[in-house]
Design a protein around this ligand. Structure first.
Ligand SMILES: Cc1cc2nc3c(=O)[nH]c(=O)nc-3n(C[C@H](O)[C@H](O)[C@H](O)COP(=O)(O)OP(=O)(O)OC[C@H]3O[C@@H](n4cnc5c(N)ncnc54)[C@H](O)[C@@H]3O)c2cc1C
Length: 388
């Protein structure tokens, strides 16, 4: 079997690339290879499904803004019944005295990109959100619009459903090897013994992207990092509550009638996860998260944890930013990896960008050149400071 494009990984990034290839008029053959067709372990479906403008670098803000525009014209793009439950509840990123210079610098970058973010001091924040305790807080940046959360599974299904109406081969298999002849990848080997010859291979393997790159003999500093998400009930319902990020890194937001929280993984000992470990670390909630929540939102002293899950970040150990585009020598091997916790909201933009690159030979809508692989080869970090 021979395909013009073989995409490894069929979750949000892989599906988005396939979708935009067809949108850009690509008429060649496409195989979308996925080993876990229910997406039980994909980062996409285990994510917190939130979108923000509050990044430190303009390039990341622009990727999210592309997706935001898509969310606002979802029915025009995917049909009248398209709905991902987008709730524009905003982010509120809090800082103490130490974090203030970074918060301010980030805010300036966001404003320059046209994001609707206000920077307020602690008093103003408590007036705006009376349930908040400003203990240890100097200021916060609040997204009045353009930020919020949605249903990740519904978003994935929109792309997958749209793909079913195009001529794409959905292949259910595990990619176990990639063959290379000199500066070209030539084929992809599957666990069922089949071999797909490929004109272009796209790595959209999420947390497994480092291993998939290694199959082609290419180094990619992306590894799975375990992240826990906890659900709890509280008597008080704060309809105006944004996704709040405490200076400790712990975040919390409403999810329907309950709340969702996480972000307490200690930096020390945070290394590559066992790819099969999806067991939530409950002590993290009891010992680390709950005390912070109760300090920041006093009404959360009395809460009832109900459920938890763990997923894996597609963590780029170099700079916690995406790697997008071709390998400089092996130019028919393309990366769409290393999103480090913000890939869901970037996937539509990245799909569009890579489709433009393949079809037109360059980026047209969102310039992803800064995310190119050359920085990995040179060990030059292109760092995002707002990694949640
Ligand atoms: C707890 C958590 C919270 C998050 N919160 C957010 C958030 O709020 N906002 C946000 O934007 N992002 C968030 N993210 C990050 C986001 O989920 C990811 O960056 C994004 O989903 C990456 O999409 P992907 O398609 O590249 O990877 P995945 O969704 O992991 O998909 C990769 C796919 O490739 C398949 N695959 C891998 N290897 C092979 C192989 N060898 N052969 C065949 N198939 C293969 C896998 O089965 C998988 O389905 C979060 C992630 C986690 C874990």
């Amino acid at each position: 079997m021979r395909y013009d494009v073989v995409i490894i990984g069929g979750a949000i990034v892989g599906s988005s690339i396939a979708y935009y290839l067809r949108e850009e008029g690509f008429s060649g053959s496409i195989a979308l290879v996925e080993r876990d067709p229910q997406f039980a372990h994909a980062a996409t479906t285990l994510s917190c499904a939130s979108i923000r403008q509050q990044f430190s670098i303009p390039e990341n803000i622009r990727l999210s803004q592309f997706t935001l525009k898509l969310f606002r014209r979802l029915t025009a793009e995917f049909g009248a019944d398209a709905d991902i439950g987008f709730r524009e509840g905003g982010y509120l990123i809090l800082a103490g005295e130490n974090g203030l210079p970074i918060l301010k610098a980030n805010h300036e970058a966001q404003i320059a990109e046209g994001a609707d973010i206000v920077l307020e001091d602690a008093d103003a924040l408590v007036r705006r959100f009376p349930w908040l305790s400003a203990e240890g807080i100097t200021a916060g940046a609040y997204g009045r619009s353009g930020e919020g959360w949605f249903d990740a599974h519904a978003m994935l299904m929109l792309f997958r459903k749209a793909l079913r109406e195009t001529n794409i081969d959905f292949v259910t298999a595990d990619v176990t090897g990639i063959e290379r002849q000199g500066d070209r990848v030539t084929s992809v080997n599957l666990d069922n013994g089949e071999r797909l010859e490929a004109g272009i291979v796209v790595n959209a393997a999420g947390p497994n992207a480092g291993k998939v790159s290694a199959m082609a003999g290419l180094v990619l500093p992306v590894e799975p990092r375990k992240r826990n998400v906890f659900i709890f009930e509280a008597r008080e319902k704060y309809a105006d509550m944004p996704l709040l990020v405490d200076p400790s890194g712990i975040y919390v937001r409403p999810e329907g009638s309950v709340y969702i929280t996480g972000g307490a993984e200690p930096q020390e000992g945070d290394g590559p996860a066992d790819p099969g470990d999806f067991e939530p670390d409950w002590p993290l909630f009891e010992e680390v998260i709950w005390p912070v929540l109760a300090t920041r939102i006093p009404a959360f002293e009395a809460i009832k944890p109900t459920r938890a899950w763990a997923g894996h970040y597609d963590y780029n150990t170099l700079d916690q930013n995406a790697v997008i585009g071709p390998h400089p020598q092996v130019r028919n091997f393309l990366f769409a990896n290393g999103f480090s916790g913000h890939g869901l909201q970037q996937a539509p933009a990245v799909g569009k960008a890579l489709a433009e690159l393949i079809v037109h030979g360059g980026y047209r809508t969102v310039d992803c050149a800064a995310f190119g692989y050359s920085r990995v080869a040179e060990g030059r970090a292109f760092r995002e400071l707002n990694v949640i």
